[in-house]
Design a binder for this molecule. Structure first.
Ligand code: ATP
Ligand code: MG
Ligand code: FE
Length: 337
C-alpha cells in the first residue's frame, strides 16, 4: 500500500510517499519560512500562492525519489483541516484532481492526527496512550484507547505553546519562527535566573494557559528596560522555556497517571524543543513510562505524517468523496466517528 500524501495547511508545501504507514519512500518539504520571515509571521494569501507554484514540481520530485509511477500509488491522502483555508484548498484541489485522474481513493486527514501519527512512522507506540500535541496553533492532551480514537483531556485556553515561543521571540527581536531561536539561546542561559509564572489552573485540570507567562516575559523586558538594567537574553529564553516545559511535562505525566497508561507520545513543532525532549526523557525514565517523540524533521509540518495517518484511515475504510471540503478549524474528537 503506497500512499501519496499532500500537506499544505500552513507555510510548508509538503509531499510524501509512504508504504504501509511505515516506510518513507519520499518526504519532500518546501518551507516558505524565508518568504514569510520578512513579515514576522505567515501571510495566508502569500502562502496559498506559493503552494500553488510549488506543489506540482514537488509531486514529480517525490515520485522520482520513491522510484514510483503514478500507477503504483494506492491512494492519495490530503490534509483537509485545521489550517489556513486558502492554503488547505490548494492541496485539496490538487489531491482531488490527482485521485480522480488515476482513479484511486482520496483520504482526508486531520493535520493534528497527522502530527500524532508521526510517532507511528519510527516507533510502535502501544495503546492505551496519552499524546501531547504542542504546535504553532495547538496545545492538546489526548487519550487514545485505539487507533483513530481521540479523547481530548485538555487544551489551551489562550495561546498555543508554539505561539507563546513565537510571540516571546518577537518581543526579544529574534525573528520568526521563534521556537528554534529561543531553544538555541536557552541552552546558553540559566533557567533559574528569572522566576516566570506557571499556570497550572484548577486542580485536576488538564487545560493549559500560556498568555499570562507571555505577558510576564513582556513585562519583565519592559521593566528592566525602564530601570536601565542589562537584559541577559539567554537567561530570559532559558527561564521562559523552563516554565513552558515544566507545565507541559507535569500535566502530561499527571494525565498519563490518571488514565493509567504506560505510554506517552509527544508531537508537533514544539516537540523539536531540546529542553522539552530532555525533560520528557528524564521523567519517563524515572517514572517508568515508554516515551515516543519523532525525529526533528518529523516534528514540524511534513507530509510523511499525513501518509502514515492515512494508512490507518484507509485500512478502516475511511475514504473521502470528490466533494470533500477543507476546514479552518476541525476538532480531533468527533473526527473519530
Ligand atoms: P498546527 O500544527 O497547530 O496547525 P503549525 O502547523 O503551524 O500549527 P508546527 O509546524 O507543527 O505548527 O510547529 C511550528 C511551531 O513549532 C512554531 O510555533 C515554532 O516556533 C515551533 N517550534 C519549532 N521548533 C521549535 C523548537 N526547537 N523549540 C520550540 N518551538 C519550536
Ligand atoms: Mg510551519
Ligand atoms: Fe502543524
Amino acid at each position: 500500500c503506497k500512499i501519496l500524501a499532500i500537506e499544505t495547511s500552513c507555510d510548508e508545501t509538503a509531499v510524501a510517499i509512504v508504504e504501509d504507514g511505515k516506510k518513507i519512500l519520499a518526504n519532500k518539504v518546501l518551507s516558505q519560512i524565508d518568504i514569510h520571515k520578512v513579515f514576522g509571521g505567515v501571510v495566508p494569501e502569500v502562502a496559498s500562492r506559493h503552494h500553488l507554484e510549488g506543489l506540482l514540481p514537488l509531486i514529480d520530485e517525490a515520485l522520482r525519489e520513491a522510484k514510483c509511477q503514478l500507477e503504483d500509488i494506492t491512494a492519495v491522502a490530503v490534509t483537509n483541516g485545521p489550517g489556513l483555508i486558502g492554503a488547505l484548498l490548494v492541496g485539496l484541489s490538487l489531491a482531488k484532481a490527482l485521485a480522480y485522474s488515476i482513479n484511486k481513493p482520496l483520504i482526508p486527514v486531520n493535520h493534528l492526527a497527522g502530527h500524532i501519527y508521526a510517532n507511528f512512522l519510527e516507533n510502535d507506540p502501544k495503546f492505551p496512550l496519552v499524546a501531547l500535541i504542542v504546535s504553532g496553533g495547538h496545545t492538546d492532551l489526548i487519550y487514545m484507547e485505539r487507533h483513530l480514537e481521540f479523547e481530548i483531556m485538555g487544551q489551551t485556553r489562550d495561546d498555543a505553546a508554539g505561539e507563546a515561543f513565537d510571540k516571546v521571540a518577537r518581543a526579544l527581536g529574534l525573528g520568526y519562527p521563534g521556537g528554534p531561536l529561543i531553544d538555541k539561546l536557552a541552552a546558553k542561559g540559566d533557567p533559574l535566573a528569572i522566576e516566570f509564572p506557571k499556570a497550572y489552573l484548577e486542580k485536576n485540570s488538564f487545560d493549559f494557559s500560556f498568555s499570562g507567562l507571555k505577558s510576564a516575559v513582556l513585562n519583565y523586558l519592559h521593566n528592566s528596560k525602564q530601570r536601565g538594567e542589562n537584559i541577559k537574553i539567554e537567561d530570559v529564553c532559558a527561564s521562559f522555556q523552563k516554565s513552558v516545559v515544566d507545565i507541559l511535562v507535569d500535566k502530561t505525566v499527571e494525565c498519563a497517571k490518571e488514565k493509567g497508561v504506560k505510554e506517552i507520545i509527544v508531537a508537533g513543532g514544539v516537540s523539536a524543543n531540546s529542553g522539552l525532549r530532555r525533560a520528557f526523557e528524564e521523567v519517563c525514565t524515572r517514572e517508568g513510562f515508554n516515551l515516543s517523540i519523532p525525529s526533528l524533521s518529523l516534528c514540524t509540518d511534513n507530509a510523511a505524517m499525513i501518509g502514515c495517518a492515512a494508512y490507518y484511515l484507509y485500512k478502516a475504510g475511511r475514504v473521502g468523496d470528490l466533494d470533500l471540503n477543507g476546514y479552518a478549524s476541525m476538532p480531533l474528537d468527533g473526527y473519530s466517528q
